[in-house]
Design a protein around this ligand. Structure first.
Ligand code: AMP
Ligand code: ZN
Length: 467
């Protein structure tokens, strides 16, 4: 499997730290608002990377954080007259809802920065002890020049950076010894949320959060570190400096960065105001269309968002779902028995296309080509499945479901999912009645009634219909 590594600017063969395991860390959102569909791009991409590793049998430890303390969160809290914690809680909840609607698997660990302050303080202390950091009036700075490889990810030359920094003076950072140094710990300002530390009350800088959380939940060396390409500098460059200076180990073996989601060729961003939230877009399109749209392009190329392109993705996705429907129908209605020779010939074709799908994914997760391979399977299936056996239809169905699953595309129609949920509730009600738990049985009946589902007890069992 080949991955384009931002660190070397090359595609490299993937070799895990521990055989059969992948530890990956994806920088998560700062939670002060609803996420926009630009933020959703790395979530969808790296969830798909995870799914592919799992499809290949790897055990993936997928860690993605919430940055729940930050200037923007504090500003929003002050505007609303509530606490920063209340803002963070609210938008973590909303973000999790959007992620679920985009069919993003919950991370193995989803740490919140504010729950990890102790570990961050320890790392900062170690950096001070090792001469990589210093404190001035309650602020702790990382001594950038003390880390000789600084700039290796972003390919920036430290002396050029120095020249660029000379004019910039940030208020409150007057004690900095070198303009290149960056903050690890900042002292509390009036009315701000703060934690005790050896340097007085304060809060961590953004970069140290990710260094600490990846160390704690994965280890000193992680396989893959990922995020949007805007994070390469300074965020990821600073993470490398802090982690490698503290741990004396290589921080991440592979760095993956997604390109931007653009509008009119400009990066979608909250500050530019040219954004759509996932919530808004979800009112216009099923969110899995957005997921499919994002995967129809290579993750490293910029992707322009437009209704025309999303509508074309919708048509494409519909073609795949129709092919799945047809397979399901044929799996029911075609003759039983073993696959015929003709079926076997067709299925060999399908298997070749599965290999094509895998080859695309193994070439730096080229989901655009992987999607094309699925379309070829759809074409093959549509032209053969009506004349084959039920066994053949089932096998093709299984292939389509599996490959769509790798991309995080749900092949069941919404009504079918709903039907399955209703049937599960009815079963639970039957059990409750058997157990003489009539309160629960009545509760389920009322809940279903609220959804417009009417139950009828018949001699053959419970029948249901929509009102
Ligand atoms: P933020 O909350 O701004 O720190 O962003 C969270 C994640 O979304 C980071 O990995 C960013 O790189 C990514 N991101 C933000 N805007 C875009 C965009 N327009 N296109 C792609 N990724 C983005
Ligand atoms: Zn980060």
């Amino acid at each position: 499997m080949k991955i384009y590594n931002t660190l070397t600017r090359k595609k490299e063969e993937f070799v895990p730290v521990k055989p059969g395991k992948v530890g990956m860390y994806v920088c998560g959102p700062t939670v002060y608002n609803f996420i926009h569909i630009g933020n959703a791009r790395p979530m969808i991409i790296f969830d798909t990377v995870r799914r592919y590793f799992e499809y290949k049998g790897y055990d993936v430890n997928y860690v993605s954080n919430f940055t729940d303390v930050d200037d923007k969160i504090i500003k929003k809290a002050n505007e609303e007259g509530v606490t920063a914690t209340e803002i963070a809680e609210r938008y973590i909840k909303e973000c999790k809802k959007d992620m679920a609607d985009l069919n993003i698997k919950p991370a193995t660990h989803q740490p919140r920065a504010t729950e990890e302050i102790g570990g961050m303080i320890e790392m900062i202390q170690k950096l001070i002890e090792k001469g990589h950091a210093y404190e001035v009036n309650g602020t702790v700075y990382f001594k950038t020049r003390s880390f000789k490889d600084y700039g290796k990810l972003s390919k920036k030359n430290i002396d050029d950076l120095e020249a660029g920094h000379r004019q910039i003076k940030v208020t409150g950072e007057e004690g900095k010894k070198d303009p290149l140094d960056f903050v690890l710990w900042k002292p509390k300002k009036e009315g701000e949320i703060a934690w005790d530390s050896p340097w007085g009350e304060g809060r961590p800088g953004w970069h140290i959060e990710c260094s600490e959380m990846s160390k704690k939940y994965i280890g000193d060396t992680i396989d893959i570190h990922a995020g949007g390409e805007d994070l390469i500098f300074p965020h990821h460059e600073n993470e490398i400096a802090q982690s490698e200076a503290c741990n004396d180990e290589k921080f991440a073996n592979y760095w993956m960065h997604n390109g931007f989601l653009n509008i009119d060729n400009k990066k979608m961003s909250k500050s530019a105001g040219n954004f759509f939230t996932v919530r808004e877009i979800g009112e216009k399109y099923p969110l899995q269309v957005i997921r499919f749209f994002m995967l129809s392009a290579h993750y490293r190329t910029p992707l322009n968002f437009s209704d025309k392109l999303v509508e074309s993705a919708q048509t494409g996705l519909e073609r795949i779902l129709n092919a799945v429907d047809l397979c399901r129908e044929m799996a029911q209605s075609r003759p039983e028995g073993e696959m015929t020779q003709e079926d076997q010939k067709h299925f060999a074709e399908v298997e070749k296309l599965v290999k094509k799908f895998e080859a695309a994914m193994e070439d730096d997760f080229n989901t655009a080509d992987a999607v094309s391979a699925i379309f070829e399977i759809v074409r093959e299936s549509n032209s053969t499945v009506k004349d084959g056996t039920a066994a053949y239809a089932k096998k093709v169905l299984n292939v389509l479901e599996t490959l769509c699953g790798v991309l995080g595309i749900i092949t069941e129609r919404k009504e079918e999912i709903l039907d399955a949920e209703i049937e599960k509730l009815i079963e639970e009600r039957q059990q409750a009645r058997k157990d003489k738990n009539f309160a629960r049985a009545d509760e389920i009946r009322d809940q279903l009634l609220e959804q417009g589902i009417i139950l009828k007890d018949t001699r053959e069992g419970v029948k249901w219909s929509r009102a």
